[in-house]
Design a protein around this ligand. Structure first.
Ligand code: HPA
Length: 274
């Protein structure tokens, strides 16, 4: 058990030297429906995941599956457009590759975006939630395995996974757009099945505000490695049993379509002001 470190070595060898010439000022992972959120002044590198050895193409609709290194307002940004998920059954390496790539590039700040189901009754589709903390309902995480140099201690502290300063940056970006956003707790489920209404009631009782199938593996890994993390969910649907109809990925993507301009603005504001 444990991740295969050679997987990351071959990615680092594959990426062009410019990726390692200076650390990126920030990195971003674009989740479902967030694919069009980047505003680049200049693009230095653009590589389809399918071309990166061992990684394979992003398989989920709404995920472009490309690595970008770009410049914006004098800053250098690493962007992972689309993610691989635990439920794809390809192991943790592909899931955490954005974080490990960022770590090897020397980056210190990471914004993880996703689409999530709304559990808190105050939430409706189209709302944004700044992650304050999470609940891992899956019971496993990418740190299981031998201790690896650079990946933090045997027992990483998880008291403040989502850095206060970066949460404040996201609040600032939202305020400038007149958006009302709450901070919330994200419940991570393995997927690919959506939750049952009974599960959603249970997650609600233990304090979850939103639910989704991503983000937590990356945030746990990044925080263990000492990278500052921010998480931003777009509520794409009401969670199972709260929604009056069965859930489907098309509904998730339709909600993100309506919010493209705001998503791009928030991401851009974050990477310029973090
Ligand atoms: N549940 C889990 N993951 C999700 C949901 C949901 O309702 N919406 C978007 N991602």
């Amino acid at each position: 058990m444990g991740m295969n470190v050679k997987f990351f070595d071959s990615i680092a060898e594959f990426l062009p030297d410019v990726c390692f010439e200076r650390p990126p000022d920030a990195a971003i992972v674009l989740g479902s429906g967030w694919a069009d959120a980047l505003k680049a002044d200049a693009t230095l590198v653009r590589i389809p995941y399918a071309d990166i050895p061992g990684l394979g193409a992003a398989t989920v609709a709404g995920h472009t599956g490309e690595f970008w290194l770009y410049e914006r307002a004098g800053r250098r940004i690493a962007a992972f457009c689309g993610r691989r998920h635990w439920y794809e059954g390809v192991g943790w390496e592909a899931v955490v590759f954005p974080v490990e790539t960022l770590r090897r590039m020397g980056g210190q700040k990471l914004l993880l975006t996703n689409a999530a189901g709304g559990i808190n009754p105050a939430l409706k589709p189209g709302d944004f939630v700044i992650l304050k903390d999470h609940i891992n309902t899956v019971g496993i995480n990418p740190m299981i395995g031998p201790v690896v140099d650079g990946w933090g201690p045997r027992f990483p502290d998880m008291t403040e996974v989502y850095t206060k300063h970066l949460r404040d940056v996201l609040h600032g970006a939202a305020n400038r757009r007149g958006l009302r956003v709450m901070e919330g707790i994200y419940a991570f489920t393995s997927g690919p099945v959506f939750e049952t209404p009974a599960e959603i009631r249970a997650y609600s009782h233990v304090g979850a505000d939103v639910v989704g199938m991503s983000t937590v593996p990356e945030s746990v890994f990044a925080h263990a490695c000492g990278i500052q993390v921010a998480g931003l969910s777009l509520v794409s649907n009401l969670a199972a049993g709260i929604s009056p109809r069965p859930l489907c990925h098309e509904e998730v993507l339709a909600a993100t379509n309506g919010a493209q301009a705001v998503m791009a603005g928030l991401v851009d504001d974050f990477i310029v002001s973090c």
